[in-house]
Design a binder for this molecule. Structure first.
Ligand SMILES: [Zn+2]
Length: 390
């Protein structure tokens, strides 16, 4: 049987891309009618693999990014709900409870239901005050009709086999006029000049744009009251209100189809060019010797530098990663350290292998290693691409 588009239900999915090192054999398709980008097959009940951090599609078992979205969600919620009132909130994919804790602190009369299928991370929310923890997938959670004022769904919809059905269920459990807060990765990131890691990872089945996300929540019966911030290329954070009408996505959208195909083609060529430049980037880092070199960031960019650029981590005096350190002790043979190790090592050069958090890292590094010359990944890549073009 053909896979129908999740948004417009047409038999119009066309293969657009095959991700690097997918362990599930996923392929990426663009709906030729509405433009929603989706991965097939829709296997969303995979067995859990041990923690892996790679630049390829098999990445994704170490989840530490969601906590960084808490402040944005709270700020959006403050604009649309009264935090002093006795709010009933459903937190979908509550993860380690970052949103739950922050929200409960700010909303003294609120009650929260946290749904999290992964018992390893759900444990972080056990025993939270005014919280009912449901350890299950959202599709399996038993929730009453019109029971909630707010549904918060952060980086969950892109993982689901049937997100439209789940949004429709959020509609059912919300009181009339209730608020839906959705946050998902933004496919607009594919336009980035410095993209290096495989964006279409195995854990993501849907790849939304602002347009396709808004159409999907509309199809579930919501009215968008605050569209995603057009300047944020990494995330789509949307606020919608439960309304009486579901707008099924029957209209085609050729512009959206063209844009999705353009984004994927741009991504493929930019990423190939950047991966090829990594050999020159690795050579530049090696040329810093005999100065003492430390690197901050051992995640996906670092993995790409090693696997595609042939970088040898053994030459580093120090490899730092605040978040990964909680999950593993070494990366590609090099021991992982916390930022505080910078004080003892006092490197001459610090290479920052991060895109989203480089400014935070730089300001922390300046106090811990004031004498180190700081090299940013983005600049390193620019020089490497220039060297390669010459
Ligand atoms: Zn479609």
């Amino acid at each position: 049987m053909a896979n129908l588009c999740e948004l417009c239900f047409r038999d119009a999915l066309e293969l657009a891309y095959q991700p690097e090192s997918s362990t599930r054999g996923l392929t990426v398709h663009v709906c030729q009618h509405c433009g929603l980008v989706q991965s097939l097959p829709r296997i969303d009940r995979a067995t859990r693999a041990p923690a892996a951090v790679s630049g390829g599609a098999d990445w994704g078992n170490v989840r530490y990014g969601k906590g960084f979205r808490t402040q944005a969600a709270i700020a959006a919620l403050k604009r649309h709900a009264n935090l002093e009132s006795a709010l009933k909130v459903l937190d979908v994919g509550s993860n380690r409870g970052s949103f739950a804790r922050t929200f409960l602190d700010l909303a003294p009369n609120a009650e929260l239901t946290a749904v999290e299928p992964d018992e390893r991370v759900a444990a972080y929310s056990a025993g939270l005050e005014r919280t009912r923890l449901i350890e299950s997938r959202i599709e399996d959670a038993v929730l009453g009709n019109e029971a909630y004022d707010v549904v918060h769904s952060c980086h969950t919809a892109e993982h689901l086999g049937d997100p439209l059905m789940v949004f429709a269920d959020h509609w059912r459990v919300l009181k009339p006029g209730g608020i839906l807060l959705v946050d998902v990765p933004n496919i607009a990131l594919l336009d980035s000049d410095d993209i290096l890691e495989e964006w279409f990872i195995d854990k993501h089945l849907y790849h939304f744009s602002a347009r396709t996300l808004m159409r999907m929540v509309a199809a579930a019966g919501f009215e968008t009251i605050c569209p995603p911030d057009a300047t944020d290329r990494e995330n789509l954070l949307l606020v919608a209100r439960k309304s009486g009408v579901a707008h099924r996505a029957v209209e085609g959208d050729q512009r959206e189809v063209d844009e999705a195909e353009r984004l994927i083609a741009t991504y493929v060529s930019t990423r190939a060019r950047n991966l090829m430049a990594l050999t020159a980037a690795a050579a530049e880092i090696s040329s810093y010797a005999p100065r003492k070199v430390a690197m901050w960031g051992a995640g996906r960019l670092f993995d790409s530098l090693v696997t595609h650029g042939g970088f040898q981590p053994a030459g580093l005096s120090l490899l730092i990663d605040k978040h990964l350190k909680a999950h593993m002790t070494t990366r590609h043979g090099a021991p992982l350290a916390g930022p505080e190790a910078l004080r003892d090592t006092s490197p001459d050069v610090l290479v920052v292998m991060s895109r989203g958090f480089s400014s935070e890292i730089v300001s922390e590094a300046k106090t811990l290693a004031p004498h180190a010359e700081i090299i940013l990944y983005g600049d390193l890549l620019k020089r490497a691409r220039k060297a390669q073009a010459a």
